[in-house]
Design a binder for this molecule. Structure first.
Ligand SMILES: N[C@@H](CCC(=O)N[C@@H](CS)C(=O)NCC(=O)O)C(=O)O
Length: 289
């Protein structure tokens, strides 16, 4: 294998020409690259995001809260194209890690930021007393799966997805390593969902909202073109759960918020009002000629 020929130098130097999909947005330093204020809408929550799996977790949570009657969960969802806008000064002030999703909670007298999708889900669940039961054992189970997702998905996206789909060369060692780990993770979920309806047990919680956009999508072969390679159809219980969650009306709404690709009818690039789902999807704003 040619990749074993590389000998790391004593000191790593940033090679801007490293190639690979999305390489142009990677850099070894943090902080803003340019001045850019963020817009602020009228609702208590201001979300700055994009409909990637990490973004969808949060828009699904907001739509679930609203569907459950929590009127205080009204939100403005602003589109952040991650081709550079994540390095604007306003965005970096909300998330110093420069990644979507990022939230400003303006529901009280003093606005504050919340970043990291798991942290946002936990913040909202705690604030509204929803989708995270107070029963200690069930709460612990839900949080365990929530944190499992936060720790596991980088192997799926940054590991398998990167080396299988985005890296400029196919490196057998890297693909093998992450394919094995992702199949193990899919089996972890499949076994859990064979014994329980939802990840935390009999109730749908923030754990399901966190895991579904990643592992649900993977189980349907929708990520990285890797479905056949990983033989995802084997994970029958995971697929049962994935399909069940996909039927939820709030999930159908949440998954299209801040989406800027694919079928125009499934792109609600910004969401400022419940009526936007009917009136402001891309097919309505820019009807085909
Ligand atoms: N652990 C973070 C991960 C967020 C993340 O990786 N976001 C990606 C999109 S899915 C992003 O904004 N990438 C832009 C970049 O890396 O510059 C979370 O769960 O919120």
């Amino acid at each position: 294998m040619t990749d074993t020929a590389y000998t790391p130098p004593a000191i790593w130097v940033w090679n801007k020409e490293s190639g690979g999909r999305f390489a142009n947005i990677n850099r070894p330093i943090a902080g803003p690259t340019h001045e850019k204020e963020l817009p602020v809408g009228k609702h208590p929550f201001q979300l700055y995001s994009l409909a990637t799996p990490n973004g969808v977790k949060v828009t699904v949570m907001f739509e679930e809260l609203l569907a459950a009657g929590h009127a205080g969960a009204e939100y403005d969802a602003w589109l952040v194209p991650i081709q550079g806008d994540q390095f604007g000064s306003g965005f970096v002030a909300v998330n110093p890690n420069s990644k979507i999703p990022a939230l400003m909670d303006r529901s009280g007298p003093k606005p504050f930021r919340v970043f990291e999708s798991g942290s946002i889900l936990l913040h909202l669940a705690t604030k509204f007393g929803a989708f995270l039961t107070t029963d200690p054992a069930k709460r612990a189970e839900s949080l365990s799966w929530l944190f499992w997702q936060m720790g596991s998905a980088p192997y799926l996206g940054g590991g398998f997805g990167h080396f299988y789909a985005y890296a400029p060369t196919k490196i057998e060692y890297a693909i093998d390593r992450f394919a094995m780990e992702v199949k193990r993770q899919l089996d972890v979920l499949d076994r859990r969902l064979a014994e329980a309806e939802y990840l935390a047990g009999d109730q749908y919680t923030i754990a399901d909202m966190a895991v579904w956009p990643w592992y649900g999508a993977m189980s349907k072969g929708l990520l990285y073109g890797g479905g056949e390679f990983l033989q995802v159809q084997e994970y029958k219980h995971l697929i049962r759960w994935t399909d069940q969650i996909a039927e939820r009306p709030a999930v159908k709404r949440g998954r299209i918020v801040n989406c800027a690709w694919g079928d125009p009818a499934n792109q609600l690039r910004e969401r400022h009002d419940a009526s936007d789902f009917e009136l402001r999807t891309q097919d309505k704003l820019e009807p085909a000629a």
